[in-house]
Write a protein that binds this ligand. Structure first.
Ligand code: F58
Length: 836
C-alpha cells in the first residue's frame, strides 16, 4: 500500500503541474474540466455557459500566473528600473481572447473546447468587459499596457477599481438611456485581491503646525476621514513573451479601526454612513469626456488612487534597501493627463512630512520622477479645482502647492521680469472672483517631460495652451504620437485579415508592424485584391447580422459602410455627417432615379449623461434614420444605423467591416484620435480633416489614399478671430439650407418643431465647431469617395495600401519612444523556472 502511494506521488505532481501550466490541447481540456468540478462545483450536464466561461478563464489564468510570478521575481531580484503608469482610466476590453492570443494558444483552446462539446466564441461572448474608462484616453492606457508587456518593459499600471464602469447605453425612442454597468456581478476571474496590500489615505480635516524637539518646523495633518485602499491585481501578458506586468487597481474601503467610537457608543447610523462614504470613492467612473466639473468625489478619487500608488511604490523602493533620495532612480512615473497630477503634491508631502527630506531634496526627487502627457486642447477639459473646495479635501496639499508655487514664481520672476501676464499664466494658482488650482500647471512645474499625443497637437500645445511653458522650458517638450496595439485591433478582431496578411509576409509583423510594408508588393495583384475584399465582405456580413439582431435594421453588405464611431461630441461633428445624410436623401427625393452609390451610415458612441447637445445629436441621428430607412423612394440605397452601447467588444466587430472611416473633427480640436488608426489598419479609407493624427496618417498612406476636406487649424483660428458667421453659409448652400430647415420644421420628428430647436439655433447663430463652414467641402469630398468606391480594383488597392503603411501607428512604436526619450528604461527578458 505504502509503496504504491510513493510510487504515484511524482506522477500526480507532474500531472497537476501539467494541468495548470500545460499548453497542449489535452492539458487544456483537463484544466477546463477540472475547474468545472473544483472551482465551479459542477458537472457538464448541469454546467451553465458562465460555468464554462469561468472554468476556461481560470485555466488561462493559471498559465498567466506562472509567468506573472516569474516576472515580479525577476524585476525585484534584478533591481530593474520600473515604469509606473498612473491613469484614472483603463478601458481594457475583454481579457480572455486577448490572453489566448498573447499566450499563443488560441487554436489549441478552440480545439479543446470543441472536443468538450462547446463553442469557444460562445464563451468569449459571455465575458463582461471591464469598461473602466470613457474613451480614447482610457483605451490608450490599455494599449500601452499591452505594448509595455510585449516589449518586456518592467511596468506597473496604477488606477481605480471602479465598481461600476462606463454606463451601458440603450436607445429608447431614439434617445440615449443610461443603465449602470454592474461588470463585477458574476465575479472577475482575471483579478487577484491582495488584501494584505493596503494603505490608508487621509481626507479633509486640518493641519497643525509645531516646532519639534530638534527645532524643526513640522506639519501634522489631522484628517476628518481615513479610507483604506486595497490592491486588486490583474496580470497583463505580452504577446508571445513571458513578461507579465501588473495592473494594480485600488478599491476603497473603510479602515478596520474605523469609527469604533461611534459604533461602541451606539451611534450605529453614523458608523454605517462613514463606511458608505469610504466605499463610495471607488464606486463609479465619472462618465464625462472632454469636460471636467469640479466635483469633490472626483478629487477624492484622484487623490485616493494616487496616494495608494505612491505609498506602494515607495514601499517597493525601500524594501529593496535603497534610500528614499534615490526613488527616481528606480521609478519613472507617467501622468496620463492631469487626473493623477495631484501625485506631485502628494510626493512632496510624503518626502517632506513622512520621510523628513529637506524641501529642495524632495523637489529634486519629485521633478526627476514625473512626466506628463497632455491629451486635449479644449479649454473645458483643462482641470482646475476651486481653491476652497480643494483645501477642504486636501488641506495639507493646499499648503504644499502654495509653497511649490511661491518658489516656482520666484524663479520665474527673475526670468520674465515685469511680465505679469506671463507670471499669471504660469502660476499654479489662478486668480479671479474665486481662486482656483490649475492642474496642468502643477503637472508642468513638477515634471521633467511634457508631451502631446500627435505632431499637430504638440505643436499647438507649444503655441497656445502651454505657450509660456514652452518658452520657459523648451527642453521638457516632445511629441509622442499615439499608437494602438495590433494584437487586439487586428489579430483578435480581424482573424481572417490576419491570416491573409500572414499568408503573404509571415507572422513577424504582429510584433514589428512596419513589416506590413511588404504588403505593398501585392497591392496591384488582382488575386490578392480579391482575397482582401473577400475578407472585408465577410466582416461586413458579420456586422450586418449583429446590426439586424441589435436594431432590427436590415442592411446591404454591398453598400459602402460609412463608419463614424467614437464618443458623441460637438467637436467630433456627428451632426456634420448627418447633414450629409440628409443632403443625399433629398437628392433621392428630388430625383428618385438618381444614380447613387448605396451607403450604410453606421454610428456608435456614448454621450455624457449631462451633455444635452450630444444627446440631442443621438436623437437626431435616430430620427433621420427612421425617415430615411423607411422611405420607399430610397429603395434601401441609404440606411442609417445607430449601433447601441459602443464599447471595446462592439468596436472589435465594427472596425473590420468599415469601408470609410469618418474623422471629421474641427481642425485643431482632436488631440490625436486612435479610432482613426484602428480603422485604417483594418483597411478602411479615411475621409478627414487635417486634425490630430489624421495629419500623420495621411502622410504615411499617401494623399492619393486619403480623402481630405475642410478648414485647417490655422484657418479655423483665423476665421474665429475675424468673426465667423454661420448664417451666411446657411444662406449660401441650398442643400445645407434645406437640410437645416427640415430639421427645424420637424420633418424628421413627426412635425414636432421644438425637439431640435436648440441644436438648430446653435448651428445657425453660434456654430462653435464650424460645421456649416465645412459642409460644402465635406459633401464634395464624399462624392469623390463614393466615386472611388465604385472602382472596386482601385479601392482594393487603396485599402491594402492603408493597412500596409500603418506600421508607425503601433503602440509598440509609441512605447519605444517613451522608453528611449522619457523613461530611460530597458527591457528585461523573463525566464520561466520550469523543469518539465
Ligand atoms: C482623448 N481624450 C483625446 N479624454 O480626445 C483623443 O484625441 C486622444 O486620441 C486620446 O485622448 C488619447 O490620447 C480623452 O479621451 C477623456 O476621456 C477624459 C476623461 C476624463 C475627463 C476629461 C476627458
Amino acid at each position: 500500500q505504502k509503496e504504491k502511494l510513493e510510487d504515484s506521488t511524482p506522477k500526480q505532481l507532474s500531472q497537476s503541474e501539467d494541468a495548470r501550466t500545460g499548453l497542449s490541447v489535452e492539458a487544456l481540456k483537463k484544466a477546463i474540466f477540472n475547474n468545472l468540478f473544483y472551482v465551479q462545483g459542477k458537472y457538464p450536464e448541469i454546467a451553465t455557459r458562465n460555468d464554462y466561461y469561468m472554468s476556461l478563464a481560470y485555466a488561462v489564468r493559471d498559465r498567466l500566473l506562472q509567468r506573472w510570478v516569474a516576472s515580479v521575481k525577476q524585476y525585484l531580484d534584478g533591481r530593474h528600473r520600473i515604469v509606473s503608469y498612473l491613469s484614472a482610466e483603463y478601458l481594457l476590453g475583454p481579457h480572455l481572447a486577448n490572453n489566448l492570443i498573447n499566450l499563443g494558444i488560441y487554436k489549441e483552446v478552440e480545439q479543446a473546447t470543441q472536443e468538450l462539446g462547446i463553442n469557444l466564441q460562445w464563451l468569449l461572448d459571455k465575458e463582461v468587459e471591464p469598461g473602466l474608462g470613457n474613451g480614447g484616453l482610457g483605451r490608450l492606457a490599455a494599449c500601452y499596457m499591452d505594448s509595455l508587456a510585449t516589449l518586456e518593459v518592467p511596468a506597473i499600471g496604477y488606477g481605480i477599481r471602479y465598481q461600476f464602469g462606463i454606463f451601458e447605453q440603450e436607445i429608447r425612442n431614439g434617445w440615449q438611456v443610461e443603465d449602470t454597468d454592474n461588470w463585477l456581478r458574476r465575479g472577475n476571474p482575471w483579478e487577484i485581491a491582495r488584501r494584505e496590500l493596503n494603505y490608508e489615505v487621509k481626507l479633509g480635516g486640518y493641519v497643525q503646525h509645531y516646532i519639534d524637539r530638534d527645532g524643526k518646523f513640522r506639519s501634522n495633518w489631522i484628517p476628518e476621514l481615513t479610507v483604506k485602499g486595497v490592491a486588486y491585481d490583474t496580470p497583463i501578458l505580452g504577446y508571445k513573451v513571458n513578461t507579465t506586468n501588473t495592473l494594480r487597481l485600488w478599491k476603497s474601503e473603510a479602515p478596520k479601526s474605523f469609527d469604533f467610537q461611534s459604533f461602541n457608543s451606539g451611534n450605529y447610523n453614523n458608523a454605517v454612513n462613514q463606511k458608505i462614504v469610504c466605499e463610495n470613492i471607488s464606486k463609479v467612473l465619472y462618465p464625462n469626456d472632454e469636460t471636467v466639473s469640479g466635483k469633490i468625489l472626483r478629487l477624492q478619487q484622484q487623490y485616493f488612487f494616487v496616494s495608494c500608488s505612491l505609498q506602494d511604490m515607495i514601499g517597493i523602493h525601500l524594501r529593496q534597501g535603497d534610500k528614499i533620495e534615490d526613488f527616481n532612480v528606480n521609478f519613472a512615473i507617467q501622468l496620463n493627463d492631469t487626473h493623477p497630477a495631484i501625485a506631485i503634491a502628494e510626493m512632496m508631502r510624503l518626502l517632506v512630512d513622512e520621510y523628513d527630506l529637506e524641501w529642495v531634496d524632495a523637489w529634486r526627487v519629485t521633478t526627476r520622477t514625473f512626466a506628463y502627457t497632455n491629451h486635449t486642447l479644449l479649454p473645458e477639459a483643462l482641470e482646475t479645482w476651486d481653491l476652497e473646495l480643494f483645501g477642504s479635501v486636501l488641506p495639507r496639499h493646499l499648503e504644499l502647492i502654495y509653497e511649490i508655487n511661491r518658489r516656482f514664481l520666484d524663479e520665474v520672476t527673475i526670468k520674465v521680469f515685469g511680465n505679469n501676464n506671463k507670471i499669471n499664466s504660469l502660476s499654479i494658482i489662478g486668480e479671479g472672483p474665486r481662486k482656483f488650482i490649475k492642474m496642468a500647471n502643477l503637472a508642468c512645474a513638477g515634471s521633467f517631460a511634457i508631451n502631446g499625443v500627435a505632431a499637430l497637437h504638440t505643436d499647438l500645445l507649444k503655441s497656445t495652451v502651454l505657450k509660456d511653458w514652452y518658452a520657459l522650458c523648451p527642453e521638457k517638450f516632445s511629441n509622442k504620437t499615439n499608437g494602438v496595439t495590433p494584437r487586439r485591433w487586428l489579430v483578435l478582431s480581424n482573424p481572417k485579415l490576419t491570416s491573409l496578411i500572414s499568408s503573404k509576409i509571415g507572422e513577424s509583423w504582429i510584433k514589428h508592424l512596419e513589416e506590413l510594408k511588404q504588403l505593398e508588393a501585392f497591392a496591384d495583384d488582382p488575386e490578392f485584391q480579391l482575397a482582401w475584399m473577400g475578407v472585408k465582405y465577410e466582416m461586413k456580413k458579420i456586422l450586418c447580422n449583429r446590426i439586424l439582431n441589435k436594431t432590427g435594421i436590415k442592411i446591404n453588405p454591398d453598400s459602402l459602410f460609412d463608419v463614424h464611431v467614437k464618443r458623441i461630441h460637438e467637436y467630433k461633428r456627428q451632426h456634420l455627417n448627418i447633414l450629409h445624410v440628409i443632403a443625399l436623401y433629398n437628392r433621392i427625393k428630388k430625383n428618385p432615379d438618381i444614380e447613387i452609390v448605396p451607403r450604410t451610415f453606421i454610428y456608435a458612441g456614448k454621450a455624457a449623461p449631462g451633455y444635452k447637445m450630444a444627446k440631442l445629436i443621438i436623437k437626431l441621428i435616430n430620427s433621420v434614420g427612421e425617415i430615411v430607412n423607411n422611405d420607399p423612394d430610397v429603395r434601401d440605397r441609404l440606411k442609417v444605423v445607430f449601433y447601441p452601447n459602443y464599447n471595446v467588444s462592439n468596436a472589435q466587430v465594427i472596425y473590420p467591416a468599415a469601408d470609410l472611416s469618418i474623422q471629421i473633427s474641427t481642425a485643431g480640436k482632436e488631440a490625436s484620435g486612435t479610432g482613426n488608426m484602428k480603422l485604417s489598419m483594418n483597411g478602411a479609407l479615411t475621409i478627414g480633416t487635417l486634425d490630430g493624427a489624421n495629419v500623420e496618417i495621411r502622410e504615411v498612406v499617401g494623399e492619393e489614399n486619403f480623402f481630405l476636406f475642410g478648414l485647417t487649424a490655422e484657418e479655423v483660428a483665423k476665421k474665429k478671430k475675424e468673426g465667423y458667421n454661420p448664417y451666411g453659409y446657411y444662406l449660401e448652400n441650398e442643400e445645407l439650407k434645406m437640410a437645416i430647415d427640415q430639421i427645424a420644421s420637424g420633418y424628421f420628428s413627426h412635425l414636432d418643431d421644438t425637439i431640435f430647436k436648440d441644436l438648430v439655433d446653435n448651428l445657425l447663430y453660434h456654430d462653435p465647431f464650424m460645421v456649416l463652414a465645412d459642409f460644402t467641402s465635406y459633401v464634395t469630398c464624399q462624392e469623390k469617395a463614393a466615386l472611388a468606391f465604385q472602382d472596386k480594383k482601385s479601392w482594393a488597392k487603396m485599402s491594402i495600401l492603408n493597412t500596409a503603411r500603418m506600421g508607425k501607428f503601433s503602440s509598440d512604436r509609441s512605447i519605444r519612444e517613451y522608453c528611449d526619450d522619457i523613461w530611460k528604461v530597458k527591457s528585461v527578458s523573463v525566464h520561466l523556472d520550469v523543469k518539465d
